[in-house]
Design a protein around this ligand. Structure first.
Ligand SMILES: [Zn+2]
Length: 298
């Protein structure tokens, strides 16, 4: 991993001074490297999972409250399986994919074959849960399985939002994550036409996000490399993290939810239970006595 990213993930929220567009720009190298280590993922899988987690983190930050939950699911029928990332309002993320060992040859452009691993026979689904009432669910068919294009399409089709999305994961020769980040640019109502034209020209000839990250000193420098020339106002700088919300209590509830008959069967046949969180891979062990205590609660 590049030295400059070791400390923390960083996301800048900004807006141009005419109020034409808003920006979420994140260096999420640390987050994606942690995901790689937890999943022991192949480079292709690291790119799949990292792009999805980066998108979810930035989309999560578009929510009103920190307690709001955004769940991004990509399911395209490819060998990567299903990819799920859950983000809070502050951009903290937990993420997993069915098959982190998926490995494909590079695509015709010499890049990690994310689209081939994800597939295009399926949907991108976004669930926004504000903690009360029914959650909002938006879904649209996958375009390429490359994730950034799919998220862009999702915003235009499901939320009628004109959005540009770039997601990048650069894997080093030792398979660690060298650079990973995301950029979401959203056009706001009543845009200034000249600013919009300038923005489109800039976005149109933008290099890959990870190439720009490699050339940048820090997130401010990266922001300047992308939007330099357009008057911009940075609103917030935050530090989202890879963070799981699993707990022993949750695992107890999961054991209780399987029902009296099945729990009794585990006690009689195995005499103990071990549950693994599929997001962070934490192990939770339950002894026979502990399981029997749960059994009387059903
Ligand atoms: Zn967990």
């Amino acid at each position: 991993m590049n030295e400059k990213h070791r400390e923390e993930n960083t996301v800048l929220r900004s807006m141009d001074s005419s109020g034409t567009f808003r920006v979420f720009l994140g260096d999420l190298t640390k987050m994606v490297e942690e995901l790689r280590q937890i999943n022991d993922s192949t480079p292709t899988a690291t790119a799949v999972l990292g792009r999805t987690a980066a998108a979810a983190s930035l989309m999560g930050m578009m929510q009103q409250d920190d307690s709001d939950r955004l769940t991004l699911t990509i399911s395209g029928g490819g060998p990567a399986g299903k990819i799920t990332a859950v983000a809070t309002g502050s951009g903290n993320v937990k993420a997993y994919m069915t098959n982190p060992t998926v490995d494909l040859p590079l695509n015709e452009k010499g890049k990690l074959n994310v689209g081939g691993a994800v597939g295009t026979d399926g949907f991108i689904t976004v669930v926004r849960d504000m903690g009360m009432g029914d959650p909002y669910v938006g879904q649209c068919p996958l375009v390429s399985g490359e994730i950034a294009e799919d998220v862009t399409k999702y915003f235009s089709a499901s939320e009628q939002q004109s959005t540009a999305v770039a997601l990048g994961v650069l894997v080093d020769v030792d398979y660690s994550v060298k650079e990973a980040g995301g950029l979401i640019v959203q056009v706001l109502p009543d845009p200034a036409e000249d600013v919009l034209r300038e923005l489109e020209a800039k976005i149109g000839k933008l290099k890959s996000l990870t190439a720009l990250m490699e050339e940048s000193e820090d997130i401010y420098d990266l922001h300047k490399k992308i939007f330099g020339g357009i008057p911009m106002k940075i609103e917030t700088k935050t530090h989202p993290e890879l963070k799981c919300d699993c707990s022993r209590e949750r695992m107890e509830r999961a054991l209780i939810s399987i029902g009296k008959k099945d729990l009794k069967e585990i006690i009689d046949e195995d005499g103990e239970a071990e549950l693994v969180c599929h997001f962070c891979r934490s192990h939770y062990r339950f002894t026979k006595e502990e399981l029997e205590k749960l059994l009387v609660q059903i």
